[in-house]
Design a protein around this ligand. Sequence first.
Ligand code: PEP
Ligand code: MN
Length: 352
Amino acid sequence: MVVVMEPGAPPETIQAVGRRLAAQGFQPHLIHGVSRIVIAAVGERRTADTLGLENLPGVEKVVAIMKPYQLVSREVKGEDSVVKVGRAAVGGGNLAVMAGPCAVESREQLGKAARAVKQAGAAVLRGGAFKPRTSPYSFQGLEEKGLRLLAEAAARAGLATVSEVIDQNSLDLAKDYVDILQIGARNMQNFRLLRAAGRAGKPVLLKRGLSATIEEWLMAAEYIMSEGNEQVILCERGIRTFERLTRNTLDLSAVPLVKILSHLPVVVDPSHATGDRRLVAPMAKAAVAAGADGLLIEVHPEPAQALCDGQQSLDPEQFAALMQDLQAMALAAGRKIAGLPEGGKEIAAAAG
Ligand code: PEP
Ligand code: MN
């Protein structure tokens, strides 16, 4: 259930409600809205009874939450959450573009990628240092050295970073190097890892599982938030269907649906969703039209030489051209890529 406090309720009354909830077997989580504080009472115990909480001083109303997820739910927080990442922000009208190679391969490769994506207007540099590969014989990533190279290239270019963690060890290492911890599709239901990410004190990008329903995905986000981490970004990256001509099937309907169900920002990864660089630009544009708060796009200075996912990586020129188109799409859809000029002339000309 959710206890909505009156606007301006003093801290003592909020604490008193928190103590009452704890005594009833709930964990109280404070959610700071624009004008008031809401206390989400979560835990194993579910009850339709408001337990007399509405009679406590400072309480405006008590609302039962019927969904299995609570902290991620719109019912608990009506306003969109914005996740701040260094100077970048995901959500709140900003279209955050995260781009870079699938895997960190070398200082030279990453330096080139970082300069190219920064120049094109991206806010965050991606690069995997721990790669969860289908085959044990495929390139598994440079691990800590990869994280070091990522942090170095991003600092030089003036970008934030995102990189995947696959277990407790990689998480412990990565949290000292990266700005956003990525939980990949294969680990979306690794509940211990989700809890550990919830305790890491860093923003988390949570990818949708290979065959996960939207509800399972939101429940995975609930695991992270239940540990006190509110900085969760959801990432739709395609789901497994019968279709084999694309790597996955991009479920774009998930974007507006998740935004109805949850206050969390949603980004789309058209690279892993399609597995084909020819489809990345059209699906990236469609994602913006569908309401995505950002994009995660694979870009490699020389896709033909990539150690991982070259067939779906854009080269720097293709990425720069896409970013120009995306800014026009974003502006038309009431959002904006902060790192790019608004291209007023072209837009005015297009509007006629
Ligand atoms: C990735 O982004 O590097 C990745 C492995 O993606 P996914 O978990 O979506 O397959
Ligand atoms: Mn990849």
